[in-house]
Design a protein around this ligand. Structure first.
Ligand SMILES: [Mn+2]
Length: 389
């Protein structure tokens, strides 16, 4: 009755960086190659991908191909794959592959909380998979182990089809529900923000709807393993585990450890990626100094801070980008432009709902908008965001 689970999340395939020629997809390819070799080595029964597979609703062809190639390799290594949509993923786009997958391969791709009951039955020599109540019921044949698995892709108001207080009550009840059938293990996976957990910088706010976080006590108490996505730093909060993103997507994350979680026999291990290119931050007094810097010929990547208040023309910036080539992840000048950008960033640290409240107050002599109006705004915003991405 042994069980081994590999948990990963936040791949953000297709993410691009502005103003450099750095190609993140090359790095992501290397990381996912390493992830596949970890799967071949560790032989987990299940691989959970807890959301934010892609960075945008319309990822590039290469990004989509990398995802499907990777999950095919994982399922060929005899692991059941369960991948869920995060707030960055288009739930509908993820569903396109269903007719090719369901009933044929041990792969579950779940877009919205309500869609996973439809047709997840599957059987081969290793697994028998069905649906009972709101849970997947999985039998691992060689060890005769029965699992109940609760799979909740990013549950926003629009994706749950509910709003306001009804949304919150339903969501809390839906998350905390325990399986009513007998099983050896109960596994829970979702893409959400648990109150009190630590953000690291590159996560987009989840506040679309009337809530932005789930209290830890709402998570199911009897789950043997709670695998979450959304936060990019590996961390545990109560019984839940965030595996973190596969790569640092923000300069503030370059010293974070990156890898996958392996759960077995009640213990969670963190396996570090070994071949991940390191990002080094360098500081220079001027752009000229940065351009003259002789890069060592290793595989490190660079993020530059320029301690100078002068402003730069295109020609100099192009020389900088040319000197570092595809090794320049990003750069940040300390000039007046940057000072302005900093002020804008303060506004950016507000959620859309907070911004709306501030704007409404500004226009209406500091009067707070009522809750119905705020709900209307957030549902319109989510529709618009989904359409724009
Ligand atoms: Mn993410």
């Amino acid at each position: 009755m042994s069980l081994k689970i590999l948990h990963t999340s936040d791949w953000h395939l297709g993410k691009t960086f502005r103003s450099t020629t750095f190609d993140l997809l090359d790095v992501q390819k290397k990381i996912l190659d390493e992830l596949v070799s970890i799967v071949r080595d560790q032989r987990p029964n299940i691989v959970l991908v807890a959301g934010d597979i892609f960075d945008t609703y319309n990822p590039s062809f290469e990004a989509e191909r990398l995802f499907y190639q990777t999950i095919t390799k994982i399922s060929d290594a005899n692991s059941l794959v369960i991948a869920i949509a995060g707030n960055h993923d288009s739930p509908d786009k993820l569903k396109i592959s269903r007719p090719l997958i369901y009933g044929r391969h041990p792969i579950i791709i779940s877009g919205t909380p309500s869609d996973y009951k439809e047709d997840y039955t599957f059987e081969n020599d290793l697994f028998k998979l069905g649906v009972e109540e709101d849970f997947l019921r999985l039998k691992i044949k060689d060890t005769n182990t029965i699992l109940s698995i609760k799979v909740i892709p990013y549950p926003s108001e629009v994706r749950m089809g509910l709003s306001g207080g009804e949304f919150k009550d339903n969501l809390h009840e839906y998350i905390s529900r325990e399986p009513q059938f007998s099983c050896d293990y109960f596994i829970f996976t979702s893409h959400l923000f648990v109150s009190g957990a630590t953000k690291s910088g590159s996560e987009r706010s989840l506040q679309i709807g009337s809530i932005d976080s789930i209290p830890a006590e709402v998570l199911p108490k009897n789950a043997h393993y709670t695998a979450l996505g959304h936060l990019h730093r590996f961390q545990r909060i109560c019984n839940a585990v965030y595996s973190g993103s596969i790569y640092p997507f923000d300069v503030g994350e370059i010293d974070d450890k990156k890898g996958v979680c392996i759960w077995q026999g009640g213990e969670t291990d963190f396996l570090h990626f070994r071949d991940i290119p390191k990002i080094k931050s360098l500081e220079f007094d001027s752009l000229e100094e940065a351009i003259k810097f002789n890069m060592p010929t290793n595989s490190d990547l660079y993020y530059l801070f320029i301690r100078s208040k002068e402003s730069y023309g295109h020609e100099k910036i192009n020389r900088l980008i040319k000197n570092y080539g595809d090794k320049l992840v990003g750069w940040q000048p300390e000039n007046t432009k940057f000072e302005t950008a900093k002020k804008t960033l303060d506004i950016n640290s507000l959620s859309e709902e907070e911004l709306f409240r501030e704007f409404f107050k500004f226009k209406n002599n500091n009067i707070e908008p009522d809750n119905d109006l705020v709900s209307l705004f957030t549902s319109c915003l989510e529709e618009a965001t989904n359409a724009a991405n």
